[in-house]
Ligand binder design. Structure first.
Ligand code: NDP
Length: 284
């Protein structure tokens, strides 16, 4: 079997065009969605992500502001900025780019962001809402995965889904979203035994590990749907996913490429969440 591509780049473009149209309409209602992105320090990858997020906002007509703070910023100063942004009526979404320097406790920061403005969906209130099946803001990468599956009308109900990785930002929330859509879900991690066998049974396999090509073709069931979240920089400078694309594509029915799969969907969902937050705050 030669897998068909789940083209995140194309789907994200389509979503972003629709968001731009919606933003235009909202402005006529007096709602101008706005996102504040906060970057502490000079992590090169974070600087690129922040730039892309700002550009994506501006292209969609969303107001965006960037706050770049020095690497030695104290937790108190960062909490002070978040407090200001929580109160700022121009700002509907607050994103604090991770990772943060070690003098700052990430959990203190995430729980201080107003749940209404928590466009990353990392605040414990929004995490709890996701867990209990209530509406809220949910993390962008898992949401992007679900929108991609939806776009290609991939059946989820009754399927066996395996998620490799249990982080709060990808593995756990995507597992919960699949569960809410009536998949039967297994989550694998570093202590999982017989991981290859478990993966081989998956109708839907989500790899969110951060280890280049660790999911090989012989771990894929014939006809599976494979979602590769991993972004790993190889020594050659090229990007690779967590899945051995060539090997997996021979077995799978559908697969995401890296780059051009989950990554663009993540950015599109940040815009989606910002517009959702703006509408919620304005109509509360
Ligand atoms: P984390 O490092 O937070 O989590 C990785 C998870 O993988 C952990 O749960 C870990 O298990 C598990 N893991 C690591 N090694 C193995 C192994 N050998 N066998 C089984 N499980 C293993 O990563 P993230 O969830 O933040 O990110 C995962 C990947 O996705 C990264 O490459 C990241 O760059 C990428 N990413 C991509 C995004 C996008 O937009 N495309 C967005 C976010 C992330 P344990 O808990 O036991 O340690």
């Amino acid at each position: 079997m030669s897998a068909k591509i789940l083209d995140g780049k194309a789907v994200a473009k389509h979503i972003r065009e629709n968001i731009a149209k919606e933003v235009e309409k909202l402005k006529h209602e007096g709602i101008h969605p706005g996102l504040a992105v906060v970057l502490v320090g000079n992590n090169p990858a974070s600087m690129i992500y922040v730039r892309h997020k700002g550009e994506a906002c501006r292209t969609a007509g969303i107001y965006s502001e960037e706050h770049r703070l020095p690497a030695d910023t104290s937790e108190t100063d960062l909490l002070g900025l978040i407090d200001k942004l929580n109160k700022d009526p121009r700002v509907h979404g607050i994103l604090v780019q991770l990772p943060l320097p070690e003098q700052i406790n990430k959990d203190h920061i995430l729980k201080t962001i107003s749940p209404d403005k928590d466009v990353d969906g990392f605040n414990e209130i929004n995490m709890g809402r996701l867990m209990t099946g209530q509406d809220g803001l949910v993390p962008c990468t898992p949401l992007g995965i679900m929108k991609l599956l939806e776009h290609y009308r991939i059946q989820i109900e009754g399927k066996y889904a395996v998620v490799v990785g249990r982080s709060n930002i990808v593995g756990k929330p995507v597992a919960m979203m699949l569960l809410h859509r009536n998949a039967t879900v297994t989550i694998c991690h570093t202590r999982t035994k017989n991981m290859s066998e478990i993966c081989r049974q998956a109708d839907i396999l989500i790899a969110a590990v951060g280890r280049s090509r660790m999911i090989s073709g012989d771990m894929i069931k014939d006809g599976a749907v494979v979602i590769d979240v991993g972004i790993n920089r190889l020594d050659t400078g090229k990007l690779a996913g967590d899945v051995d694309y060539e090997g997996a594509a021979e077995k799978a029915a559908w697969i995401t490429p890296v780059p051009g799969g989950v990554g663009p969907m993540t950015i599109a969902m940040l815009l989606y969440n910002t517009v959702k937050a703006a509408k919620h705050i304005a109509r509360k």
